[in-house]
Design a protein around this ligand. Structure first.
Ligand SMILES: *Cc1c(COP(=O)(O)O)cnc(C)c1O
Length: 391
């Protein structure tokens, strides 16, 4: 069952009346790849009416025009991307995502350049990582081209929500893929749904770069086991983090740092971002190497930029004791970008140990790396590595 749209122009010009309707009454528009290519935006970035100024966006859910949806059925493969106006899904009560957590997600961003073009940062990397997550939990993998087409389509349909150049914001892109077919015995579903929504965002942690966040070493819980699913961006990892995350926040620490599950001696990563430590004396960039750390695309980009700066990049085990030796600590990821961590506290009953980094402000290396990656994302310097994908 596919939905007919006579011409693409109709789809562009008549955003509401041209929606075909699913049996459920949910409006959809089906686009094929050429239509996606052709559907050049008629609207401009930064023209949507929001409840706050563009420069004051945080990291919260906000409604936009539409999301994109693609369905996979065993024997048929992947269908065509469809634009859906209503933010609801009609889901089978037997869906494996609901029962067994067969679901994964991604996170990437689109930025408006000074010339008004919209560029998506490294979507091919997110496509690949989503495929790796799908492999791990036995879901149908979405081909890279289809992933990128779908992402472009949804950004295009919500172009006015891309924060304008200079606002510091971005359009956060959130693809999810989950088992939507019913099963009751434990086995993979025969139907998968890919959905991608977009949200205009600003800083993840209040104050952004200006105020280093306080971190807490999480000693009562583990995020991921060495041979578990920590390296896959699967939904269940984040449910497991909700309680420790809430407990850290309640004690006054916005960010929690996990240790390795096996020995409790090595640094793994923060709840939703990778750990990076900087040493001035040796000009080194140190980040954990572990089978249960999520391979961050931001970290990968920063390692390349750090190397370009002549830094020594080390991906290896980091013992907790080594926290004493770092001059700067960063939390890195798409949502947080590069966030300075001012301190990490370890609470062992009455025994409190605090590792401090910097003097309550962003360190010089953190600043340098942040500026470098943001300049590429904003189109202000040459994109040497071809990281920006233009809409
Ligand atoms: C998504 C995520 C990151 C950051 O990855 P990016 O590709 O840089 O956005 C880091 N750690 C965890 C646990 C994550 O889920």
């Amino acid at each position: 069952m596919r939905f007919i749209q006579s011409t693409l122009l109709l789809a562009c010009w008549l955003p509401v009346s041209s929606f075909a309707f699913l049996a459920s009454g949910i409006p959809t528009r089906a686009l094929d790849a050429t239509q996606l290519q052709m559907s050049l935006q008629t609207k401009k970035p930064g023209t949507a009416k929001l409840d706050v100024p563009w420069g004051e966006l945080g990291f919260e859910f906000r409604p936009t025009n539409s999301h994109v949806r693609v369905t996979y059925k065993e024997g048929e493969g992947w269908g065509k991307p469809e634009m859906v106006k209503e933010p609801y899904i009609q889901l089978h009560i037997g869906a494996t995502a609901l029962h067994y957590g067969q679901a994964c997600f991604e996170g990437l961003k689109a930025f408006c350049h000074e010339d008004g073009t919209v560029n998506i940062f490294r979507p091919d990397e997110n496509a690949k990582r989503m495929q790796a997550s799908c492999d791990r939990i036995r879901m149908a993998k979405m081909p890279t081209d289809l992933f990128i087409d779908a992402v472009k389509a949804v950004v295009n349909d919500n172009i006015e929500y891309v924060p304008p150049y200079g606002s510091g914001g971005a359009l956060y892109i959130r693809p999810i893929l989950f088992g939507s077919g019913p099963r009751i015995g434990l086995q993979p579903a025969d139907e998968y749904t890919f959905v991608c929504l977009v949200i205009p965002v600003g800083d993840y942690y209040k104050g952004g770069l200006a105020s280093p966040v306080k971190g807490l070493l999480i000693t009562d819980f583990d995020r991921a086991a060495p041979r578990g699913v920590g390296a896959a961006k699967v939904a269940g990892n984040y449910a497991a983090d909700l309680l420790p995350n809430m407990l850290s926040k309640k004690q006054g620490f916005p960010i929690g740092l996990y240790l390795d599950a096996k020995t409790q001696t090595k640094i793994e990563e923060f709840s939703t971002s990778n750990f990076v430590g900087i040493k001035h004396a040796t000009n080194s960039y140190v980040t954990p190497k572990s089978p249960s750390v999520l391979p961050s695309i931001t970290n990968k980009a920063l390692m390349q930029l750090a190397e370009e700066e002549g830094m020594k990049v080390e991906q290896r085990d980091i013992d907790i004791e080594e926290l004493d030796e770092f001059d700067e600590v960063l939390a890195v990821g798409t949502a947080v970008v590069v966030t300075p961590v001012g301190s990490i506290t370890r609470l062992d009953g009455d025994d409190i140990k605090q590792y401090k980094f910097g003097e309550g402000e962003i360190g010089p290396v953190t600043r340098k790396l942040y500026d470098k990656v943001r300049a590429i994302q904003n189109g202000e310097v040459e994109d040497k590595y071809g990281w920006n994908v233009k809409l």
